[in-house]
Design a protein around this ligand. Structure first.
Ligand SMILES: Cc1cc2nc3c(=O)[nH]c(=O)nc-3n(C[C@H](O)[C@H](O)[C@H](O)COP(=O)(O)OP(=O)(O)OC[C@H]3O[C@@H](n4cnc5c(N)ncnc54)[C@H](O)[C@@H]3O)c2cc1C
Length: 108
C-alpha cells in the first residue's frame, strides 16, 4: 500500500500488535481487499517490521481522514489516535473492553 493511498483512503483497516503476528496479515489483507480498504498500522507493528513505515498512522506517522476506520488489535494510545481524529466513524476490535481505543471509537 502506498502512503498517498492511505492519506486519501475512504476506508482503513488499521493493524495493531493484537493481531498476534505477521502470519495473520494475510487474513487482514483478504478482508481489506473484500472491503476495498487500505491498510494502516500502529507504530509498534511497524517497529516490529510487520508492515512498512509509510503505513504508520499517528503522531509520528500519517494523519488520516477516512469515512471509516477499523482498528484491529489496536490499543488506542494517544500517539496513535491523534492520527485518526478526523475519521467520520471509528470502529474497533479488541479483546480488552477497557482498551483506550473504545474511548475514541464512535458510539452506536
Ligand atoms: C514519541 C512517540 C511517538 C509515537 N508515535 C506513534 C504513532 O505515530 N503511531 C502509533 O501507532 N503509535 C505511536 N507511538 C506508540 C504508541 O504510544 C503505542 O505504543 C502504540 O500505538 C501501541 O501499538 P498497538 O496498539 O499496536 O500495541 P499494544 O499497545 O501492544 O496493544 C495491543 C492491543 O491488542 C489487543 N489485543 C490483544 N490480543 C487481541 C486479540 N486476539 N484480538 C483483538 N485485540 C487483541 C490488546 O488488548 C491491546 O489493546 C508513539 C510513541 C512515542 C513515545
Amino acid at each position: 500500500m502506498r502512503s498517498a493511498e492511505l492519506d486519501e483512503a475512504e476506508r482503513i483497516i488499521c493493524v495493531g500488535t493484537g493481531i498476534g503476528g505477521p502470519e495473520n496479515l494475510a487474513a487482514i489483507e483478504a478482508l481489506a481487499k473484500a472491503m476495498r480498504t487500505q491498510i494502516g498500522a500502529t507504530r509498534r507493528v511497524v517497529d516490529q517490521g510487520w508492515l512498512p513505515r509509510h503505513q504508520q498512522i499517528g503522531l509520528t506517522g500519517k494523519v488520516v481522514s477516512p469515512l471509516l476506520y477499523i482498528g484491529v488489535g489496536v490499543r488506542g494510545a494517544l500517539n496513535h489516535t491523534i492520527g485518526i481524529q478526523q475519521a467520520d466513524t471509528i470502529a474497533a476490535i479488541n479483546i480488552d473492553p477497557n482498551a483506550e481505543i473504545f474511548h475514541t471509537a464512535t458510539s452506536a
